[in-house]
Write a protein that binds this ligand. Structure first.
Ligand SMILES: [Mg+2]
Length: 253
């Protein structure tokens, strides 16, 4: 793995690569579901049973979009056991009519929490160990991007809380109409980058498999939301998994 710091570009996913937002997503989606089922909102994670927290963390790696978090709470609350990505996708699909409501309610609660109780919101969104230094010491910020399904407004809030300067125009929001693959293709085109000089780190193996055919360098962030099965699936698609030490070794020092 030879990253060339004078010619190469690096793009990072945000949730599961830069920050560990699992507790924030749990808090927000729990309250979204509480509202939709007519229950009172909680004010602390302590009000959620440990069993629910464990189940939520176990299923975190099935998530593809914001509404999915509320589907996880729904599955747990209605005692639906989900053990694979396929089962999760089927479950969401069988309640497709709820998707927009789940999406809207999830983002409404995130907005309420981040503006109403920013201290708690930021505490629920910690950076991964060493990530602050990594981003601060990264040698060439002109060649560094973030490509995320999180709304950019929230990314900016978190980065600024940790005093990490980042070029605003290098933050990209991916969604169903503009995928991460589309965004990377646009970047390759805009900056006239040879795909072999573009590196992308994500913690979702499915996303990496989708972008791999454009011949960029894909790496799976082992510290994010994935399990040994997904690491293996990545290997079968020639996508190496790296840990946080590898990250610094390959890209900074
Ligand atoms: Mg991610």
């Amino acid at each position: 793995m030879n990253f060339n710091r004078t010619t190469d570009y690096l793009a990072l996913d945000f949730d599961g690569v830069v920050i560990n937002s699992v507790e924030e997503c749990l808090f927000v989606s729990f309250n979204a579901y509480e509202e939709l089922t007519g229950s009172a909102p909680i004010t602390s994670l302590k009000h959620i049973a440990p069993k629910i927290i464990d189940e939520f963390k176990r299923m975190r790696n099935f998530i593809r979009a914001g509404a999915d978090f509320v589907y996880i709470i729904m599955a747990i609350s209605t005692n639906i056991k989900i053990t694979s990505q396929q089962e999760f996708d089927d479950f969401c699909h069988s309640h497709k009519e709820l998707e927009k409501t789940f999406f809207d309610t999830f983002y409404k609660h995130r907005e309420q929490l981040s503006s109403g109780n920013p201290e708690l919101w930021l505490k629920l969104n910690p950076l991964y160990h060493g990530m602050q230094d990594f981003l601060l010491q990264y040698p060439d910020k002109e060649r560094l991007f973030i490509i995320t399904t999180k709304k950019i407004f929230f990314v900016q809030k978190i980065l600024s809380f940790y005093n990490i300067p980042f070029i605003d125009a290098h933050l990209f929001h991916a969604d169903k109409t503009r995928s991460k693959k589309n965004i990377i293709l646009e970047l390759l085109d805009k900056y006239n980058i040879d795909p072999h000089h573009f590196w992308f780190i994500d913690d979702q193996v499915d996303t990496l498999i989708q972008v791999r055919d454009i011949q960029i360098n894909c790496l799976l962030a082992e510290w994010g939301y994935n399990d040994s099965e997904q690491v293996l699936l990545g290997k079968q698609h020639h996508i190496p998994a790296i840990n946080l030490d590898d990250l610094k070794r390959i890209f900074v020092f």
